[in-house]
Design a protein around this ligand. Structure first.
Ligand SMILES: Cc1cc2nc3c(=O)[nH]c(=O)nc-3n(C[C@H](O)[C@H](O)[C@H](O)COP(=O)(O)OP(=O)(O)OC[C@H]3O[C@@H](n4cnc5c(N)ncnc54)[C@H](O)[C@@H]3O)c2cc1C
Length: 412
């Protein structure tokens, strides 16, 4: 494998004719899985990316890393992932994930206090460092925060955010260093099934014979699934973020905490050393992932500034410095699908990430690699993520969700 000056793999354009495992998708899930497979000794791995590494959601991600969820399954995936983000050099040994442990505050409305307490207790029970803190304590934890409309929040001192591209490039470089072929500008056009199992992948650069495929195609994944008659009700949706320069009034020497504000459907974190990146969820509806507007809507800028100033009042007149939109794939219950497709042995999917799977990508890669090499995921029980839950009529519902309508996913 050739390497660029900074040690990252130089992608190859002609895929091999055979592979032990073909991973479709050069986002963080595909790269994490390819790395974990290579680490477990799988030698002939081909990672296919139709455009370039990070062309999908990963390249646009907010990359918040927090363990607070309204269910322990996603919290557990984050907990295991945090171990990798925090020990990147030992665990991955290539590139940098850029993890910043700023600490994380989950803001909820006073009406949701009981839910907050139940969620924090469940997280503490699985070993997550988190606690319920009063509004007074929140003010000490994050002096920028307005708290007069709060009673309690949750605080995770070890959470924060990472560099999504750095994480992806690191996983890809580590996979390539162990022999994985990274093929960009190469589209998988069909997953080939004979009898009842996977036999290969048709690509824009020829056919690859393989018995195992991992589909991690982000907002484009359903195209290949529908060809196989697999319809999980997935919806590609557009998500916007806006960046504001820190006003002169605030302390420019410290990075503020990462915040999810469930009362405003917003999530925000520092961007670099002088700006804040914020996303506010309005519910975008189905959007074509090849033809979407990559800049934020004009109206989104005021929506984002208003939501940010509602929690950090000093940002009321903050200067907008940029923003973008990216595509996520939303499942019918806003939870990811991670499964080996029943009836098609050898076909593994991670899809319907619903805008929350950057932070869990290290652990998801381990689980998928374990499933392929050892016959089952061991790190985390993936049963709740099974693809059949919709057909069973048992979509995933979080018992203590703060969600007020069906639109929220990243900030739920
Ligand atoms: C604006 C925004 C903010 C976000 N904020 C957060 C956050 O704060 N925290 C968090 O955890 N998550 C967040 N997410 C979600 C997170 O980024 C995604 O869950 C994660 O990046 C999904 O990774 P992926 O590898 O599954 O998909 P992607 O990164 O979308 O990668 C899929 C790749 O597959 C390629 N592909 C598709 N089909 C084919 C094919 N047939 N052949 C070859 N290649 C193909 C695509 O080109 C793409 O590069 C956010 C997402 C967005 C857009």
């Amino acid at each position: 494998m050739d390497r660029s000056a900074n040690g990252l793999p130089v992608p190859q354009s002609v895929p091999p004719r055979t592979a032990e495992v073909v991973v479709i998708g050069g986002g963080v899930i595909g790269a994490s899985t390819a790395f974990q497979l290579a680490k477990r000794g799988v030698r002939d791995i081909v990672l296919l990316e139709r455009r370039r590494l990070g062309a999908g959601a990963t390249g646009k991600s907010g990359a918040l890393v927090r363990a607070h969820y309204a269910n322990v399954h996603e919290s557990r995936l984050t907990l295991e992932s945090l171990r990798i983000f925090r020990n990147w050099d030992e665990e991955v040994g290539a590139g940098s994930c850029g993890f910043e442990a700023t600490g994380f505050v989950q803001v909820v409305s006073p009406a949701d206090e009981a839910k907050l307490r139940a969620n924090v207790a469940a997280q503490q029970a699985i070993g997550i460092e988190t606690s319920v803190v009063s509004a007074d304590e929140v003010r000490e934890i994050e002096p920028l925060m307005r708290t007069d409309d709060l009673t309690y929040a949750a605080f995770e001192p070890n959470s924060g955010y990472a560099d999504p591209n750095g994480t992806l490039y690191g996983f890809a470089a580590a996979a390539a260093a162990r022999g994985a072929a990274i093929c960009t500008e190469t589209e998988a056009t069909a997953i080939l099934v004979a009898g009842d199992r996977v036999v290969g992948v048709e690509t824009s650069a020829g056919r690859i014979a393989t018995g195992t495929v991992v589909l991690a195609g982000g907002a484009w994944a359903d195209r290949l699934l529908l060809l196989l008659g697999l319809d999980f009700g997935l919806t590609p949706e557009r998500v916007q973020v806006v960046i504001f320069r820190w006003p002169a009034e605030i302390d420019q020497r410290r990075r503020h905490r990462v915040v999810i504000d469930a009362t405003r459907s917003s999530w925000f974190r520092p961007e670099g050393f002088n700006s804040t990146l914020i996303g506010v969820e309005l519910g975008a509806g189905r959007t074509e992932p090849d033809w979407f507007q990559e800049t934020p809507d004009a109206g989104q800028i005021d929506v984002a500034r208003t939501a940010l100033a509602a929690r950090f009042p000093d940002f009321a007149g903050a200067t907008m410095r940029g923003g973008w939109a990216g595509m996520i794939m939303v499942s019918p219950d806003s939870h990811p699908i991670i499964d080996q497709i029943p009836g098609i042995p050898g076909l593994f999917v991670m899809t319907g990430d619903s805008g929350i799977s950057f932070k869990t990508s290290p652990a998801i890669g381990i689980c998928l690699a374990e499933w392929i090499t050892d016959g089952a995921p061991k790190l985390v029980d993936l049963t709740p993520f099974r693809s059949t839950r919709f057909a069973e009529g048992r979509p995933w519902e979080d018992e203590h969700s703060y969600k007020k309508d069906s639109l929220l996913t990243i900030s739920r």
